[in-house]
Every structure is written in structure tokens, then in C-alpha cells.
Design a protein around this ligand. Structure first.
Ligand code: GAL
Length: 967
């Protein structure tokens, strides 16, 4: 791209309202050719981040450009922070964010944009530091501005640019003054560039990444390309640094001192995401020293597989948008570091930078901490799908220069990162010649990485067959090479660039995907959609989502579909993903005293991990110790003998829990952080049964049975062991999750709506008989919705041994049940419940297809802690496999184990809430004890729950034993 024309600067003072560039398909005018990005060198630099003067206009041409001229009085202007988005500042005074998934929030008439085009004029006055060198030049670097900017320095126009998440530099040396420099930037929210930036996210105008003035010394470093490959046969690294300006490259640890352009081969430790060895080096020209961090690795497509350093890799990835609930896409370094550390702590090994190149510092962190990166270009034209892709810019030669400019700005900026193993042309942009042109340009410039683009089903331009949201069944077929398609595609490896839509409760079924990924070589893993919920902090709503700012078009909470909540608290989905992709498998039968350990890494051996065992009785550890596990190579397994189990003499349920942690503190985790675990059951003695030794006694409209007092008319319990029990009855309803509700465009029937059509949210309970028999109180009922013939014959049978009360619920479906049930169990209200103790799965929530991370143990939490704060309230918080629980003065045992949920509001209130702030605690804690729960699936975008996780309406019987809790 060095052929781009640098237009001569023009001077201001004209009053003409020049806005043609806004709707011009070209990438802009005046910027320097793109080059490698680096954070620092020994050349001077000056950050221009901070408070800037700011004026907002409604249209692109409301004001002339006189504000850019020296002497302009900006006294009446407001201020904003740079980096920042103006719509997230000024408490609503500067407009509001807009969220659409794929629809353009303006009429589709490329490259025209609406008259209403919020335009932010930004002004910053700065002095050069006293020691700013007098010689050489300087460039002004913008790392990201959405969506189109025009720039002046000291009254001279430098040019204008589009390409929001890409850097643009301007030569400014001759214009600088020691003091009182006036930098003026006019930013338009909408431009021709907006047609190329239709990603599913908030539209957020502003100068949202750093602005920096960089001194360019005479003979300073220009562009440079670090080629650092690894020969896995010889164990050698080969280094060559190509540079515009000749100089020397030194890498002290490797004894390298070579000229630029010279090739050196030496023995090295290779870079991988699991073993991120970086060598510090320096690129020195006559005028400048730039620090290098060099990682040696080779990425190839070989035998139909993506191989790094000779070995196939399995991506355990996430899609990462840049997000902060207060600052939008303006992220600081600490936040980026938090993302990377959180990913590493949760066993994530790969990131797709959906759907634009991230802040460049993020890639430095990926190099340092170790993550495979698919670096994706800032390109999406999804809205054209509404018109059958007619007029799609990627298939219109007029736009090709803009596409090539975007490809070049990404590749040139990021080419020196070992973490980047694939370039991605963009996302959901259909197909067309422009994409092919990008692919050809990228291949010509950088043959050392592979090419990705999901929209290219025939893989004409790509090195990997990529899909999003393919079902388990389809992925399995692809793995078995039964999927067909053109020959080129059939010979390529497969990745799911998006799967496991993490919207609200879920995603379900990722363990099932992982099994398929691991079974078939061709499948090289996937990237969960997505890393973080894009909720915006809001004073009344907690977190706002689409529609909360009065947008005329929006896609609601579809923008909140991450594995971490907006504040980066991990959601249960992340805990599940961490367990599903753990790097070590720990399995076995506890009775045999042998644990089988398998190294699931692709490159690292197990020498960096430490193992411990613990022996538990009813979930309480009674003994623990270290476990010596050999430093297994990738893929190897070993059977390791556990110690003799301690003599506990008790009658409790016993098991081993084996954990793997880092053997030393690392930059991203301390050595007590559990990376992988397994549980090996030893014994589960049968529970002592409750003999029906006392019978019901009637009197005064009440029936007494052991510790229970019942209403003689309805047969419902009023108190158990003195604890008031409200409204105990069968319950089948759950507040539909985003995955139950499904995305409107899914072909399959969506459960949430089907359930409502049947009326499962308004079941009526009819009492047919209350029978006080000799040794049992039996209550016969029918539970059914209005307007339908289907129902559930439900019998509650209560017995007691005098101190405990046993309830057996028998359910018989009647009529034509064609849909699975949301849940099946009982619910009731308890006063004064707060702390909950349970022996069962924990510590977090689990559902039938999201239960991999549920660990059997003795857990404790408050009712508030049991809630999962999904941005849009919905069913949440169930604990799986509960053998017994204590709350509100009651002890409850399940026969068999049950799903436990407790909350301070009813399911109906949860269902009605739109935001967390709509949920107000009532006087009672509502407890659900479920025999069954419907699976979760991923149908908010993708397949629903697999058939084996469906809760079918079938005859069922389950029991609970209630007694007064001990202290
Ligand atoms: C994909 C798209 C993502 C996101 C996701 C649904 O189609 O690539 O950007 O929209 O669906 O959340």
C-alpha cells in the first residue's frame, strides 16, 4: 500500500461545507502508508489522550471548519475524554448509543448516509515537552476513530480517513510548534465506512483509541517485518527482520547480532500459546532503537491440518469484542490484561478478534501470556443480506480500494505478533471479488499465516473451512468427512468460528461439541460466541441493552451474550467452558484406587502442574495430600495409584477429588488456582428410609402428620417442624431463558413461545381428594392450563416416622404432550431463609447440558449468592445432584437427588422482569425442588438442547424427606 497518494495539505479559512469525503467510498486521503505498530522506542512520544474540547452537531455540515484555525475561541464548548465515545459521556447530552445486530440503523443506499449525522468536533491544544528533539520529523497516530475523521494541525488540514478500528498516521513534523499546537479533529458518526462496519454491536462514535504524537528521528525505524520461524525437526529458529531503514538486530539471549535483511538460524525454544517463549531483542537503526519481542513459530497447512511447529492444534477459543460497561470500546491496558488473564485462568487458548483488529496492546498481551489469535479485519456488511446481498460493497469494485486499505492496515500493524496465526478477512460480508482481492493481497504480503473467512463456504479464498453455529450432528459429519462440498473444501481442516451462543443462561451442549472436536482430527476446535456481555452501566436499569435508549430499530438483549458479565465477573457458562476444555483429564473408578491422568495439551508436558488428592465424606474433605504425576508428554496418559483411603468408619458417601494447579505462580494465576479436576466416587450407602410409623390425625380444619400440619381442605402443608410452608405444589414453569426463547429467525420451533402457547406459565391446580388414611395423607390433584385438554395427574403422598415427613409426588401426563416440560418438581415459599447449605453439585449453577463444572461437595451460599445475574432476568441458579439441603429451618433430602433453586421472588416475577433492577425481594424465599429440568441448548443462535437433555412429559415419581434442620 505504499503507493497511496499523500494529498497536499490545504489550509482552512474556507467557509465551504465540504462533506463529500463522508460519503466517498475511498479509504481517505492524506494518511501515511500503514506500518508495524510498536508501543515504544527510544524516540520521544507524547500521548494526546485526556480531556479535549468538544462540540456536537446534528449534521455533518452544520458548522464550517473554522474551529480548526488558530485563534478560534472554543470557550463555549463542552469537554470529553479521549479515548472515548461521546455518546457514553455527558450524561445523555451528547446523544445515545444505538444497538442493532445486522440491520443498518439508516436507509441502505450505499454509500449515502442520512442528513442526521452526529458530528463531534474535537479540539486539543498541546505544548511539546521541553526536551522534544529539534531535529527529525513527527507523526500523529490515531489508533481508532469511529467512523470517519478529518484532521487539522495548527490550521493545516492533514487529511481524512475511515476504517474505525485501524490506525492512521499523518506526517506533521513541519507543522509543530514548541507550544500552543492546535489539533482539531472532526468525527462523523456515519460515513461510507459505516457500510463496512455493520458488526453486531453498539454503534459508538468517537475517538475511542489513543492519539499519540511520535517523534520520527532522522534515520528512525520505518516499517519492519520480523520473520521468526521454527524448525521442529532440528529445534532451530530462523530470524530475519526486513526493514525499510537498514539497521541491526540483536537478540542477546541467542547471541544474535545481524543486519536487517540477514537470515540467522540458531537453536531456540519455540513460541506456542502453551509455552509462550519470547526473546527480547532490539532493532537499531542510526536514529532509533525499537524493542522487539520475538516468538519463533511456524504455521502451516499440512495433511489437511493446521499445524504449528509440526503439530496440529486444537482451538479452545472465544470470540472477543472489546467492551467495557462504562467506556464501550475504549479499553485501558488493565482491562485488556484482565481479559487475557481471565481467559488463561479458564483454559481458553485462542481468541478470534471479532470482528475487527483489537487495540494493538491486546496482541502484545496475547504474545506474552500465550493465546492463539485469529486477527479479523474491520469488515462486515451483514445488513445487505436483507436485500439478497444486492449492492454488497465486497462485490463492487468501487469499494475494493477501501477493502484493500483495511486489509493492509491490519496486516501491517499486526504482522510482528507470534500469537497471530491466522488473518481473517472479516465477518458476514457475503462473497465477492473484493474479498478475493484482500485475500490475494494478504497472501502476497505474508505467506507465513493462514487465511480465514467464514462467509466463504467454498473456501475459494481461505485455508480453513469455517462455520458458525453448525449443529453437533453436522460437525460430526464434517469430522467424518461426509459433508461433501467442493474438493478444495473437503481437503481443509474445520473450525467453528462461532458456536455455543452464550446469551443468558448457557450455552448448553458444549461438552458434547468438545467430545466431537476431540474425536476427529479434521476438527480443530472452535470459538464460543462470545467473551463478554455488552451491557452499558445505567443508573436505573443496572445494565442497559438494545432499546433502552429509545432506538427506533434495535435487537434487544442480543448484545448480552458473553461468557462474562459486563463487569467481567465470570458467568456459569465460563465455569462450564473451563471444565469442558481443561488441559488435563482426570478420570477413574474410586474403588480401584487408580486415577487415570491424560495430558490434553498440544505442546506442553505436565511438568508445570502440581496435583493433589482429597478424600471426602458427604462432600467434606477428611484427608488430602500431594499426588505425584509424571511429566506426561502431550497426549500421554498414566495410571496413578491413590493412597490407601483413610478409615472413616462412617456411613457417608465417599469419593476422591483430584486437582491440577500450576506448580508455581504464573503471570496469570497463582499456584492455588485449579485448572483441572476429576472426582472418583468410592461408596454410596443407601439412605435410611423413613418408616410410615405414625398416621394422620384430623381436627379443627387441620390434619397433623408427624412434624407436619396440613390444611384439611386442600391437603397442602401449612407448617413442617414449626416452619411455615406456603403454597407447596407441583411446578412445571421456568422463566424462559434466552435459549428457550430462541432467536426469531431459527427454523426450529422455539420452546419458550410453545410453552406459553400451551399455557405452561399459567397452570391451574384442581384438588380432587384429600385422603387421611391409616399411615398416609394422600392428596389427588390435576394440574392443567386453561383452554387445553392436556394435564398432569398429580398425587402427593405424605408419610412420617414421627420426626421426619416424607413426600412422594407421582405425576401422570394426560393428553397429547408434544413439547418437553420446562421443569418438573415442587415449589413452596419459606419465611426467613437466608443461608443455604447443601450436599450436591456446586458451587455454581448447572442444568442438564451445562453440568460439567458441577462438583459434588458440601456447599454453603446465601440466597442472594445463589442468583446468577443474567442481564435480562431468566431462569437461573439451579444446583444439580443435590442429596440434601438445609435452609429456612428445614432439612430436605431427595430420593433421588434433585435440582435446588431458591430465590426472593417468584418465577412469575422473574419471568416478567426486563432488567435486574425490576426484581424486588418479597417476604418469602421461593424454593424449587426439581426432579427434572429441561436442557438449555444454544438456540438463541444455534441448535437447541440435544434430545438426551429433553425433559419429556412421562410418568414420574420422586420423593423428598423434610425435617427440622439442626444448627
Ligand atoms: C453471528 C455473528 C456475530 C453475532 C452472532 C450472534 O452471526 O457473526 O457477530 O451476531 O451471530 O450473537
Amino acid at each position: 500500500m505504499s503507493s497511496r497518494i499523500t494529498a497536499p495539505p490545504t489550509t482552512t479559512g474556507r467557509t465551504a461545507r465540504v462533506t463529500g469525503y463522508v460519503e466517498d467510498v475511498s479509504p481517505g486521503r492524506g494518511a501515511l502508508p500503514p506500518r508495524a505498530w510498536y508501543a515504544a522506542s527510544d524516540a520521544a512520544s507524547l500521548s494526546l489522550n485526556g480531556r479535549w474540547r468538544f462540540r456536537l452537531s446534528d449534521t455533518a455540515d452544520a458548522e464550517d471548519d473554522s474551529f480548526a484555525a488558530p485563534g478560534y475561541d472554543s470557550g463555549g464548548w463542552a469537554e470529553v475524554s479521549v479515548p472515548g465515545h461521546w455518546v457514553l459521556q455527558g450524561d445523555g447530552a451528547f446523544g445515545a448509543p444505538v444497538y442493532t445486530n445486522h440491520l443498518y440503523p439508516f436507509p441502505v443506499d450505499p454509500p449515502r448516509v442520512p442528513d442526521e449525522n452526529p458530528t463531534g468536533d474535537h479540539l486539543r491544544v498541546f505544548d511539546l515537552p521541553a526536551d522534544w528533539p529539534a531535529d527529525g520529523g513527527a507523526v500523529l497516530r490515531f489508533d481508532g476513530v469511529e467512523s470517519c475523521a478529518r484532521v487539522w494541525l495548527n490550521g493545516t488540514e492533514l487529511g481524512e480517513f475511515k476504517g474505525s478500528r485501524l490506525p492512521h498516521e499523518f506526517a506533521v513534523g513541519l507543522l509543530l510548534r514548541p507550544a500552543g499546537n492546535i489539533l482539531a479533529v472532526r468525527v462523523h458518526q456515519w460515513s461510507a465506512g459505516s457500510y463496512l462496519e455493520d458488526q453486531d454491536q453498539w454503534w459508538l462514535p468517537g475517538i475511542f483509541r489513543d492519539v499519540t504524537l511520535l517523534h520520527r528521528p532522522a534515520d528512525g525505524v520505518g516499517d519492519f517485518f520480523v520473520h521468526a520461524s521454527y524448525d521442529h525437526v532440528e529445534g532451530h529458529g530462523t530470524l530475519r527482520v526486513d526493514a525499510d531503514v537498514p539497521g541491526r538486530v540483536t537478540v542477546p539471549a541467542l547471541g544474535i547480532d545481524a543486519a536487517t535483511g540477514e537470515t540467522v538460524t540458531v537453536p531456540v525454544e519455540p513460541w506456542t500459546a502453551e509455552t509462550p517463549h519470547l526473546y527480547d531483542g532490539v532493532l537499531a537503526t542510526a536514529g532509533e532503537r525499537v524493542p522487539l519481542r520475538i516468538g519463533f513459530r511456524t504455521v502451516v497447512l499440512e495433511d489437511g491440518l493446521i499445524k504449528v511447529n509440526g503439530r496440529p492444534v486444537l482451538f479452545k477459543g472465544v470470540n472477543r469484542h472489546e467492551w467495557h460497561p462504562g467506556h464501550g470500546r475504549a479499553l485501558d491496558l488493565a482491562t485488556m490484561r484482565e481479559d487475557v488473564a481471565l481467559m488463561k485462568r479458564h483454559n481458553v487458548n485462542a481468541v478470534r478478534t471479532s470482528h475487527y483488529p483489537p487495540h494493538p496492546a491486546f496482541l502484545d498481551l496475547c504474545d506474552e501470556y500465550g493465546l492463539w489469535v485469529i486477527d479479523e479485519c474491520d469488515l462486515e456488511t451483514h445488513g445487505f443480506s436483507e436485500q439478497g446481498w444486492r449492492d454488497n460493497p465486497v462485490d463492487d469494485d468501487r469499494w475494493t480500494p477501501a477493502l484493500l486499505d483495511r486489509a493492509a492496515r491490519m496486516v501491517e500493524r499486526d504482522k510482528n505478533h507470534p500469537s497471530v496465526v491466522m488473518w481473517s478477512l472479516g465477518n458476514e460480508a457475503g462473497t465477492g471479488r473484493g474479498l478475493t482481492a484482500m485475500a490475494e493481497w494478504i497472501r502476497g504480503r505474508d505467506g507465513s499465516r493462514l487465511l480465514h473467512y467464514e462467509g466463504d463456504r467454498n473456501c475459494r479464498d481461505t485455508d480453513v473451512y469455517s462455520r458458525m453455529y453448525a449443529s453437533h450432528e453436522e460437525v460430526e459429519r464434517i469430522g467424518r468427512r461426509l459433508d461433501g462440498g467442493p474438493r478444495r473444501r473437503r481437503e481443509l481442516p474445520f473450525v467453528q468460528c462461532e458456536y455455543g451462543h452464550a446469551m443468558g443462561n448457557g450455552p448448553g451442549g458444549i461438552a458434547d461439541y468438545q467430545r466431537i472436536f476431540e474425536e476427529h482430527d479434521r476438527i480443530q476446535g472452535g470459538f464460543v460466541w462470545e467473551w463478554i456481555d455488552h451491557g452499558i452501566s445505567h443508573p436505573e436499569l443496572g445494565y442497559a441493552y438494545g432499546g433502552d435508549f429509545g432506538e427506533e430499530l434495535h435487537d434487544g438483549n442480543f448484545v448480552c451474550d458473553g461468557l462474562v458479565f459486563p463487569d467481567r465477573t465470570p458467568s456459569p457458562g465460563l465455569a462450564e467452558f473451563k471444565k469442558v476444555i481443561e488441559p488435563v483429564r482426570i478420570e477413574g473408578d474410586g474403588r480401584g484406587g487408580i486415577v487415570r491422568v491424560t495430558n490434553g495439551y498440544d505442546f506442553a508436558d505436565l511438568s508445570t502442574l502440581a496435583f493433589t488428592w482429597s478424600y471426602e465424606v458427604d462432600g467434606e474433605p477428611v484427608a488430602s495430600g500431594p499426588l505425584a504425576v509424571p511429566a506426561l508428554a502431550p497426549g500421554e496418559s498414566a495410571e496413578v495409584k491413590l493412597p490407601e483411603p483413610p478409615a472413616t468408619g462412617g456411613t457417608g458417601e465417599t469419593q476422591w477429588t483430584v486437582r491440577a494447579t500450576p506448580s508455581e505462580d504464573t503471570v496469570w494465576a497463582s499456584k492455588d488456582h485449579v485448572l483441572a479436576w476429576g472426582q472418583l466416587p468410592v461408596s454410596r450407602p443407601p439412605r435410611a428410609s423413613v418408616a410410615a410409623s405414625v398416621g394422620p390425625v384430623s381436627g379443627d380444619g387441620l390434619i397433623t402428620l408427624g412434624p407436619g400440619v396440613f390444611d384439611a381442605r386442600t391437603g397442602a402443608p401449612r407448617t413442617i417442624g414449626g416452619v411455615e410452608v406456603t403454597g407447596l405444589r407441583l411446578d412445571v414453569w421456568r422463566a424462559p431463558t434466552d435459549n428457550d426463547a430462541g432467536a426469531p429467525w431459527q427454523d426450529d420451533p422455539r420452546l419458550g413461545p410453545l410453552w406459553r402457547t400451551l399455557g405452561l406459565h399459567r397452570m391451574r391446580h384442581r384438588t380432587d381428594a384429600v385422603e387421611a388414611g391409616e399411615d398416609a395423607l394422600t392428596v389427588r390433584t390435576r394440574v392443567a392450563p386453561a383452554g387445553r385438554e392436556l394435564g398432569l395427574g398429580t398425587v402427593y403422598r405424605w408419610t412420617s416416622d414421627g420426626s421426619a415427613l416424607r413426600l412422594t409426588v407421582s405425576v401422570t401426563p394426560e393428553g397429547d404432550w408434544t413439547v418437553p416440560l420446562p421443569r418438573l418438581g415442587i415449589r413452596f415459599g419459606l419465611p426467613a431463609a437466608d443461608v443455604v447449605r447443601w450436599f450436591g453439585g456446586g458451587p455454581g449453577e448447572a442444568y442438564p447440558d451445562t453440568r460439567a463444572a458441577s462438583m459434588l461437595g458440601a456447599w454453603r451460599a446465601t440466597v442472594d449468592e445463589l442468583q446468577t445475574p443474567y442481564v435480562r432476568p431468566q431462569e437461573n441458579g439451579a444446583r444439580a445432584d443435590v442429596r440434601r439441603a438445609e435452609l429456612g429451618g428445614l432439612r430436605i433430602e431427595g430420593e433421588p437427588e434433585f435440582w435446588l433453586t431458591a430465590r426472593r421472588w417468584t418465577t412469575e416475577q422473574l419471568d416478567a422482569a426486563d432488567h435486574l433492577t425490576d426484581l424486588r425481594p418479597g417476604d418469602l424465599v421461593w424454593v424449587n425442588l426439581d426432579h427434572g429440568q429441561m436442557g438449555i441448548g444454544s438456540q438463541s443462535c444455534g441448535p437447541g438442547a440435544l434430545p438426551q437433555y429433553h425433559l419429556r412429559a412421562r410418568p414420574a415419581e420422586f420423593s423428598f424427606v423434610f425435617s427440622a434442620a439442626g444448627d
